[in-house]
Design a protein around this ligand. Structure first.
Ligand SMILES: Cc1cc2nc3c(=O)[nH]c(=O)nc-3n(C[C@H](O)[C@H](O)[C@H](O)COP(=O)(O)O)c2cc1C
Length: 217
């Protein structure tokens, strides 16, 4: 039997998507799926951390209007037969990130048209508009969009938002036992979510083996 092939197109800014994907891919590959990864690279990325609050606030405002961030050309090998395509990345101001929006505009139809697509989202908390935006666009390309795989930051508010803000400004508390750390042990996803990502990879692999889907590019 042919090996099932999955393309993962992803963008990551603070590496949370990347880390979750590493475990997800281990789940896929462990079940015998061939995985090809394509990282989206903005030509002019945001600085990290943001040097001033004004710059961060500006980024938050422009991304809420779905500002595109131009990416370097994606590899030609992406336009191929795939059993499934995973589009992975963070939520930015309720929307897909600027690089993912640029990918959807310029390559979405050629790469994802007529294919089975699984959105994979890393966010603080709010992912629904991000998913609906992707789904609406991919439906126009004739893609079959499956339920998203979503990872929220697993900390209570207001610490979750405060922690994100401090992380983006490069000011996360350094001392291990600081007062803030008691409420906000770390930025981003935790070990349980990494295990969950691996399980999701395994589940997708089982589904691909059970319900083959392959359409022409
Ligand atoms: C400019 C910007 C805007 C963001 N807006 C949101 C948002 O609206 N909702 C949300 O849940 N998370 C938001 N986040 C947080 C990221 O989605 C979250 O930190 C994610 O885990 C980052 O993934 P990455 O490390 O792969 O880039 C925002 C982050 C940035 C940098």
């Amino acid at each position: 039997m042919d090996k099932k092939r999955v393309l993962i197109v992803y963008y990551t800014y603070t590496h949370q998507t990347k880390v979750q994907l590493r475990h997800f891919i281990a789940g896929l590959e462990g079940a015998g799926i061939e995985v090809v990864q394509e990282r989206l690279t903005p030509i002019v990325p945001y600085e990290f951390p943001f040097k001033t609050f004004i710059r961060l606030a500006t980024a938050m405002v422009v991304t809420s209007f779905q500002k595109r961030m131009t990416i370097a050309p994606v590899a030609a090998r992406c336009i191929d037969f795939w059993d499934c395509i995973v589009l992975a990345g963070p939520t930015w101001s309720y929307n897909p990130s600027g690089p993912m929006l640029d990918f959807l505009d310029r390559y979405g139809r050629d790469v994802c048209g007529g294919k089975r697509v699984v959105p994979f989202i890393s966010c603080r908390a709010y992912w629904r508009l991000h998913f609906w935006t992707m789904k609406r666009r991919l439906n126009q390309y004739g893609s079959v969009v499956e339920n998203p795989i979503v990872f929220n930051h697993p900390v209570k508010e207001p610490w979750r938002s405060l922690g994100l803000l401090l992380k983006l400004l490069g000011k996360i508390a350094q001392r291990r036992f600081s007062w803030f750390r008691q409420h906000y042990p770390r930025y981003g996803h935790n070990e349980a979510q990494r295990i969950e990502a691996r399980e999701q990879g395994k589940k997708l692999a089982e589904r691909l083996l059970r319900e083959p889907f392959r359409s022409k590019p």
